[in-house]
Design a protein around this ligand. Structure first.
Ligand code: FES
Length: 381
């Protein structure tokens, strides 16, 4: 493929949304984590000064929203410095956290640094499942953190990744968010990347479970009458059309990995044959506009059949490049979620197994350093 072919039909605007993945380190071991399964090979995190430069370059490019995520971003002791700089530059700032490490002091410091928004993740409404899925004892701590966020005057934004092991608790999950005073609750069905892909057979709900969960969510929407906003993010495997991943490759979203690689999505680094420079090698402007990686799948010029002649191609842009690579072994193929994809059977088979309740023999794999090295083949070296 000609790496510049996508440009023929793309007008490249600035990135609007910067995601600073400041560390892959994390005290939790979630079975659906979207960090790359080989994250343990990444050790050389950007320094404080390097992150501050990233923030300045991204803002100069035009980015207006800045999310700090991980891993667990609170493990960076310089997080408050970064938030303060992002705030000074005029970003709308957001922290995506498990809450582990958030003390009263750090809450106050982050507030003083100008943090606009915190998204707190829970794994479930029950201590038992929350602590099992993250392989930690963090449920009670998260509840305390929820109270701290309210006390600091932040709107409480709660995120729960939904899957087969907690979807039948959705009524209780929504009730818990309401009791904790959340203004927003994101019920994000697991997407099957990274650790969640390894555990897909355990995590994928049946259609019946999904329909029930959506109906319960709708009942709550009516009951709450707008007092808490509920977002139910459907899993794409159960759709016939693919999602417009990241709102288009290299279109609005820019993520920086802990060691400084600039990517159009969380997982693009796994795609073979593409290079993604780090912010240590090039400035963000040249990476965003001129690098091979960002230009590879912009627009529609790179498409082959069935996408090239599809009347939906401008709407979904062929779906997700990472999913095409993971499921069809070709990043330029149609996303196999699409019913027109020749590989759509792979998705249908996974859904059929979930509907029939056929679970894999392989036990759940918890995110962790040893597993990461095993999955990346580094433990054999
Ligand atoms: Fe990489 Fe969709 S996650 S393009």
């Amino acid at each position: 493929m000609n790496a510049l072919s996508g440009l023929k039909s793309a007008v490249v605007g600035p990135p609007l949304w910067l995601l600073a993945e400041v560390t892959y380190r994390c005290p939790l071991h979630c079975v659906f984590c979207y960090n790359p399964t080989d994250y343990a090979r990444v050790e050389d995190e950007l320094s404080t000064d390097e992150w501050l430069r990233v923030l300045r370059e991204a803002r100069a490019l035009g980015a207006v929203q800045c999310g700090f995520s991980g891993g667990e971003p609170l493990l960076r002791e310089d997080l408050e410095l970064m938030v303060a700089e992002a705030h000074r530059l005029g970003f709308y700032t957001n922290l995506l956290t498990s809450g582990v490490g958030l003390t009263e002091e750090r809450c106050a410091a982050l507030k003083a640094a100008g943090l606009d928004h915190i998204q707190l993740s829970f794994q479930d409404s029950s201590r038992e499942v929350n602590d099992f899925l993250s392989s930690t004892k963090t449920f009670a701590l998260k509840q305390r953190v929820g109270e701290m966020l309210k006390a600091q005057g932040w709107p409480m934004v709660m995120n729960v990744v939904i899957h087969r092991l907690n979807i039948d608790h959705i009524d209780r999950i929504i009730a818990m968010a309401h009791e904790l005073g959340a203004e927003y609750l994101e019920l994000a069905n697991s997407q099957y990347y990274s650790w969640a892909l390894e555990n897909r057979g355990h995590l994928m709900p049946s259609r019946e479970q999904l329909q029930r969960a959506e109906a319960i969510t709708d009942e709550w929407r009516q009951k709450l009458d707008g007092k808490m906003k509920l977002f139910f993010v459907s899993p794409d495997y159960h759709e016939a059309r693919p999602k417009k991943c990241m709102n288009g490759w290299g279109n609005v979203f820019l993520t920086i990995t802990p060691d400084g690689a600039a990517l159009p999505c969380h997982t693009a680094r796994m795609l073979p044959g593409l290079s993604f420079p780090t912010v240590r090698e090039r400035d963000l402007k040249s990476i965003w506009y001129d690098s091979e990686g960002f230009n590879a799948y912009r627009g529609t010029g790179w498409m082959k059949e069935p996408c090239a002649s599809c009347d939906q191609k401008e709407q979904d842009l062929g779906g997700c490049r990472c999913q095409a690579y993971m499921l069809a072994k070709d990043a330029a193929a149609a996303d196999p979620v699409c019913a027109k994809s020749p590989q759509h059977g792979v998705v249908q088979a996974a859904v059929a197994a979930a509907d029939a309740g056929r679970l894999p023999e392989q036990p759940l794999i918890f995110r962790g350093r040893a597993e990461s090295l095993r999955l990346s083949g580094a433990d054999a070296a």
